[in-house]
Design a protein around this ligand. Structure first.
Ligand code: SF4
Ligand code: FES
Length: 309
């Protein structure tokens, strides 16, 4: 992957350099035919191509931002990590945080250094993989957004931004900013399912569920399993995550057969994975990108007590 991207960059630089020389020698012949949205053709000179690339990095724009990044670098769990500094220049205010890291990584790669490893997938706030602690706060200063939905206009120009991985015993570090969050998968395996035969999609209203219940279940189902709640908690507790998963299924009719078993198994799995317990700090709710409420934890505690009777 790194090799392909490096080749791509080298090729692009070589191509533009060669095109500039050609344009100097034969200005009339230089034109690159491109398809426009209307299906017509138009020509682009090297300077237009350079403008396009500059636009991508916001170079020369008056509203360009620049930052000093202090990034946690660590080869693997065994080796010691340290903070390294990088300059992020010509950053567009409309770049997402991950796009800014992509641009910084392109420069790092050209210098022959290992790029900064970080996780991402959907880049639209759905998958929960973009787990970064930015300036001490999981998912940064946005509030109610994931790192991939955070824009660079949220940061002061020429400021220093510190970027670290989730820190919790149950999330061992893989490399730089990537951690292993498979502990969450094992908690889900312990009870995050229903055993009823769901078959094909049922007719609308064949199973009546009140609007309130449906909304409560949907609110809990919004959890994307990012782990910010764990990263923010001084106990590294996963109670907000577990409560959201338990409440989602325990409130719906389809989730009733395993209700008691689910609650006990998921809490036992949480403990086994090394997550701490809840001491009502409320940090989890404050950083949750999906605004999952700590009220779900009360629901979980009540269901746990009932399950033990
Ligand atoms: S409860 Fe919120 S912070 Fe915790 S895993 Fe789910 S979405 Fe992420
Ligand atoms: S990359 Fe999927 S939520 Fe951020």
């Amino acid at each position: 992957m790194i090799f392909v991207r490096t080749c791509n960059l080298i090729f692009r630089k070589f191509y533009i350099g060669a095109l500039s020389i050609w344009e100097e020698l034969f200005p009339k012949f230089v034109s690159i035919t491109t398809n426009t949205a209307q299906g017509k053709t138009s020509s682009a000179t090297t300077s237009e191509i350079n403008d396009f690339l500059d636009q991508k990095t916001n170079k020369g724009n008056n509203n360009s931002l620049s930052f000093t990044l202090k990034v946690w670098r660590q080869k693997n769990t065994e080796e010691k990590g340290q903070i390294s500094s990088y300059e992020a220049v010509d950053v567009s205010p409309d770049m997402s945080f991950l796009e800014m890291l992509d641009v910084v990584n392109e420069k790092i790669e050209l210098d022959g250094t290992q790029p900064i490893a970080f996780d991402s997938d959907c880049r639209e706030g759905i998958c929960g993989s973009c787990s970064l602690v930015i300036n001490g706060q999981p998912h940064g200063p946005g509030g109610g957004v994931t790192t991939c939905q955070l824009y660079m206009r949220s940061f002061e120009d020429k400021s220093t931004i510190t970027i670290e991985p989730w820190r919790a015993k149950a999330f061992p570090l893989v490399r730089d900013l990537c951690v292993d969050r498979s502990a969450f998968d094992r908690i889900i395996e312990a009870g995050g399912y229903v055993s009823v035969n769901t078959g094909s999609a049922p007719d609308a209203n064949s199973m009546l569920i009140s609007q309130d219940t449906a909304e409560e279940a949907m609110d809990a189902a919004a959890c994307i399993g990012c782990g910010a709640c764990v990263a923010s908690c001084k106990n590294a507790s996963a109670m907000l995550f577990v409560s959201a998963k338990v409440k989602h299924l325990n409130t719906l009719p389809q989730g009733q057969p395993e209700r008691k078993r689910r609650t006990i198994s998921m809490l036992e799995a949480m403990e086994k994975e090394g997550f701490g317990n809840c001491t009502n700090e409320y940090e989890c709710e404050a950083v949750c990108p999906k605004n999952i409420s700590v009220e779900h934890i009360s629901f979980l505690n009540r269901d746990f007590l009932k399950s033990k009777i």
